[in-house]
Design a protein around this ligand. Sequence first.
Ligand code: HEC
Length: 113
Amino acid sequence: MRNLKFITTIAATLLLSSTGAFAASAEKGRVAFGKNGCWQCHGWEGQGGNAGPRLARTQLPLEALTAFVRGTNGPMPPFSKKVLSDEDLADIYAFISAQPAPPDPKTIPLLAR
Ligand code: HEC
């Protein structure tokens, strides 16, 4: 079991590092996303909810996302470094960036006419 987790982590890391941008961990990002309550407004998968917009596959660069999360003074509460470290935020970024694309609506029978 531990080995499986280890292999999965390596595989995820290789996958992410092969796409270039992230040294961060999507797996740790999922945990940080839960622990810091992002899911309450943005949904467990970052798919968006009643209270917050969709974050999955964000087009924002990490710097812009970090600036927003640290400095927002609108409907979303800001998260300072004391509450959420840069490392955790980079992991969260890896997590939301790694979400799969939504399926083509044509492949969903209920939506086909
Ligand atoms: C209390 C609800 C709430 C929580 C908790 C919350 N957010 Fe948000 N978030 C929002 C709302 C509402 C917006 C839209 C705000 C705006 O446009 O000013 C937003 C916007 C964002 C955006 C900008 C999205 C874009 O494309 O412009 C990011 C990034 C983001 N949130 C990340 C996070 C992260 C990461 C966490 C957890 C650390 C988090 N949020 C927790 C409500 C929340």
